[in-house]
Ligand binder design. Structure first.
Ligand SMILES: [Zn+2]
Length: 229
């Protein structure tokens, strides 16, 4: 039995755990729901902006809705707004907002994909003030924006950028309070433990303190996680 306090929680990955101390929330595109191995993992399920226009809107939103009933689906995501792709912002916003409604209805946190749309996210937060945690994954913005996002009520997840000498993101990571922070691997090859080692250094805490804090954060913001320990 792994000590829950010593887990390396990976809040956003696209693979299975690769060491016994890792707990990973696997990100699944709604169009692929349900996966064959749903019983063996824990998932977030969402209609990603990349897939808008590629799959039927109603069908895909229905899959998101259906997924919330599965005990192994812990969050809605990744969903969000992306200005780097060729999908109209009003369509992205409509689909995003419908999924936040689903998250609120089912009391699940939201994992957010945000590309060049942080201001739109802050506006959304001000206008809608959702009742569920909103976690921005793979944060790659600067320190000032991170401070604004935390002030607006977002939680922020950092990935391999902090371990790859990305000065801008490193400064942002130093800015975000520990109780607002998560760590992840996303699609990268990096071991989650390496992300933790780097984050512990940046935050000037021990590795154990960091792990205990992040487990606490997940318990506080992800009710189904709290239920498995
Ligand atoms: Zn991802």
């Amino acid at each position: 039995m792994v000590d829950e306090k010593k887990l390396f929680v990976n809040i956003h990955g696209h693979r299975q755990a690769n060491n016994v101390q890792e707990w990973v929330l696997r990100s699944l595109m709604a169009s692929q729901y349900p996966p064959d191995d749903i019983e063996y993992g824990h998932y977030s399920v969402g209609f990603h902006p990349y897939n808008v226009g590629k799959f039927d809107e109603q069908d895909t939103l229905n899959k998101v809705r259906l997924s919330t009933e599965n005990p192994n689906v812990f969050a809605i995501g990744e969903i969000g707004l992306d200005k780097s792709i060729d999908v109209p912002m009003d369509v992205q916003k409509r689909i995003f907002e419908k999924q936040v409604d689903i998250a609120e209805f089912s009391d699940l946190p939201v994992i957010l994909h945000v590309v060049r749309a942080f201001n739109e996210m802050i506006e959304f937060m001000k206008a809608h003030n959702p009742s569920v945690p909103m976690i921005i994954h793979g944060y790659n913005g600067n320190r000032e924006m991170a401070a604004d996002l935390v002030k607006a009520g977002f939680l922020i997840s950092f990935g391999e950028a902090i371990a790859k000498d990305n000065t801008k993101v490193i400064e942002a990571c130093k800015e975000v309070p520990l109780d607002h922070m998560f760590l992840e691997t996303d699609e990268g090859e990096m071991d989650i433990r390496e992300v933790y080692f780097t984050a512990a250094e940046l935050k000037e805490v021990s590795l154990d303190q960091l792990r205990v804090q992040i487990v606490e954060n997940v318990k506080n913001h992800m009710p189904k996680f709290a239920g498995i320990f």
